[in-house]
Design a protein around this ligand. Structure first.
Ligand code: NAD
Length: 260
């Protein structure tokens, strides 16, 4: 179904991004994966994606906090894969700390990666999508684009910003065959979640089990972690013709968290 289309998924060497890349590759899209990690592991993922789509899967290691590296990634996509038809702004990181102790360099990095990178990728992607009169821009936002939790000031700020950017660009490109949406998961079991447990234990003076049950899943009425595959299925749906009139939306997949 996505044969001949090229999808760039940022932060796709791990977690949700990798799941989305797999879902697109399974539908035949050419894939650009991006993110950090161990070279051999990334190459194994790239090769597996190429088996899935029977075609092109390339890796680009652009550091998304660096606008010139984002630009270079788009130039390469234009040259090698005919441009980006589906853009997923997924790369993100978390840092947990009371605001008065929040390291300013962590603040800057989270805003750069979780928010500003999406501005740069979108401004590079839109001209090519306009020419083709077709495009899909999807952001992995978060329940934290709609509600807050203490000790996550930079993350919550960036995700609220990403939701605002999504709505704004959706309006700008609404008549150009391009849709712009974000998906807002609750807690998904990925390295990002696992890695924040120790800091949350410290910030809240809790055990690991208390953090999982009383913090992470406390606000998720289903009492289940969302799965990577459940998020990826929504991303895949948004690329379909049936989803052509879904734009500017923020789609929650949070086990009821933000209904409360
Ligand atoms: P993850 O840590 O498994 O993946 C993050 C990806 O971003 C990795 O591929 C990593 O290499 C990449 N990355 C980090 N810094 C980068 C940089 N400077 N340049 C390029 N790539 C970089 O995390 P995940 O849980 O899969 O999160 C993916 C997205 O989903 C994030 O935006 C996150 O905020 C969001 N999200 C996650 C959850 C959750 O519970 N896991 C919930 C809601 C939203």
């Amino acid at each position: 179904r996505l044969q001949g289309k090229t999808a760039l998924v940022t932060g796709s060497t791990s977690g949700i991004g990798l799941g989305i890349a797999k879902a697109f590759a399974a539908e035949g899209a050419n894939i650009i994966i991006n993110g950090f990690g161990e070279a051999a592991a990334i190459e194994a993922e790239r090769a597996a994606l190429a088996v899935l789509n029977g075609g092109k899967a390339v890796y680009d290691g652009a550091d998304l906090t660096k606008p010139d590296e984002i630009e270079a990634m788009f130039k390469r996509a234009d040259k090698d894969l005919g441009g980006v038809d589906i853009l997923v702004n997924n790369a993100g990181m978390q840092f947990v700390s009371p605001v008065e102790d929040f390291p300013p360099e962590k603040w800057d990095m989270i805003i750069a990666l979780n928010l500003t990178a999406a501005f740069h990728t979108i401004r590079h992607a839109v001209p090519g999508m306009r020419k083709k009169k077709w495009g899909r821009i999807i952001g992995t936002a978060s329940a934290h684009s709609l509600v807050a939790s203490p000790f996550k000031s930079a993350y919550v700020t960036a995700k609220h910003g990403l939701a605002g950017l999504t709505k704004t660009v959706a309006l700008e490109v609404a008549d150009a065959g391009i849709t712009v949406n974000c998906i807002s998961p609750g807690y998904v079991w990925t390295p990002l979640v696992e890695n924040q447990i120790p800091d949350t234990m410290k910030a809240r003076h809790m055990t690991r089990e208390q953090v999982i049950n009383d913090v992470l899943l406390a606000g998720q009425p289903t009492k289940q972690f969302v799965t990577v595959e459940q998020v990826a299925a929504i991303a895949a749906f948004l690329t379909r013709d049936e989803a052509a009139n879904i734009t500017g939306a923020n789609l929650s997949v949070d086990g009821g968290w933000t209904a409360a």
